[in-house]
Design a protein around this ligand. Structure first.
Ligand SMILES: Nc1ncnc2c1ncn2[C@@H]1O[C@H](COP(=O)(O)OP(=O)(O)O)[C@@H](O)[C@H]1O
Ligand SMILES: [Mg+2]
Length: 250
């Protein structure tokens, strides 16, 4: 599904990604871990098409299609979803209206008609029930006065509604409390299927107590320096990141 080959990227004249290789297949959950400043959020932003970064070499493709020339919205329409660490507040636009617009824009880009209102309501009801989201929450103004947990609930609701092929969740925000972690994990676990894939970026192992990844990758200084299964996350929790550096230097 997602294939990243030898990706190098810079911001200004600083090289941040120094040759990333990553293959994510449908049905898989990958976790990317690593110390602060390693380039995790940069990688997520670049896959989503953030134009502040310059890709100097390498390629990113989704289902075999090169993403290089696609704008962020076009990538979203093709099924790439990136959670926002710092979501914008939109007073007067409800959670529901925002998602309705997003869905219809995607459908338009795919040459489909708008989703009929009754079908939209039905899907909203189904997804909010699945994720145990209160109906009252759906009529609130987007992100206005949202707590950390409510922001996560909104993000996971958007993910559920948009049914992305590839969801990238950047959870580096260390302010995530246990409630927020559970919301994210519950969403990922319930929405997981053999048709989609999830990349969870996290600084801490604790999110992975709730989401069991198929693969764990350690990103350090712009490179994936180690990959393994879920047990690698536990090893990192126990030993930190320094041993990997030492292992590399040895
Ligand atoms: N907009 C930016 N301008 C300058 N440097 C940046 C910018 N964004 C990221 N960086 C630098 O790139 C490196 C990687 O950052 P980031 O991807 O946020 O790391 P992580 O998410 O792993 O903590 C850091 O050294 C950071 O300072
Ligand atoms: Mg980050």
């Amino acid at each position: 599904m997602l294939s990243i080959k030898n990706l190098h990227a810079t911001i200004g004249d600083k090289e941040i990604l120094k040759g990333i290789n990553l293959e994510v297949k449908a049905g898989e959950i990958h976790a990317i871990m690593g110390p602060n400043g390693a380039g995790k959020s940069t990688l997520a932003s670049i896959v989503a098409g953030n134009e502040n970064y310059e890709v100097t070499s390498g390629e990113i493709s989704l289902d075999g299609e090169d993403l290089a020339d696609l704008a962020p919205e076009e990538r979203a329409h093709k099924g790439v979803f990136l959670s926002f660490q710092y979501p914008v507040e939109i007073p007067g636009v409800s959670v529901t209206n925002f998602i309705r617009t997003a869905i219809n824009e995607t459908r338009k880009a795919q040459g489909l008609e708008e989703m009929p209102a009754n079908q939209m309501l039905k899907v909203i009801r189904e997804k909010s029930e699945l994720l145990e989201i209160d109906r009252k929450f759906l009529s609130r103004s987007l992100n206005e006065g949202f707590s950390g947990g409510e922001k996560k609930r909104n993000e996971i609701f958007q993910m559920a509604m948009l049914e992305p092929k590839l969801a990238i969740l950047d959870e580096t925000d260390s302010g995530l409390d246990i409630d927020a972690l559970r919301i994210v994990a519950n969403g990922v676990n319930k929405l997981k299927s053999d048709k989609n894939a999830v990349v969870v970026i996290t600084h801490y192992q604790r999110l992975l107590d709730y989401i069991v990844p198929d693969f764990v990758h350690v990103l350090m200084d712009g490179k994936i320096v180690k990959s393994g299964d879920a047990s690698l996350a536990l090893e990192l929790e126990e030993k930190g990141y320094d041993w990997i550096k030492q292992e590399q230097e040895a």
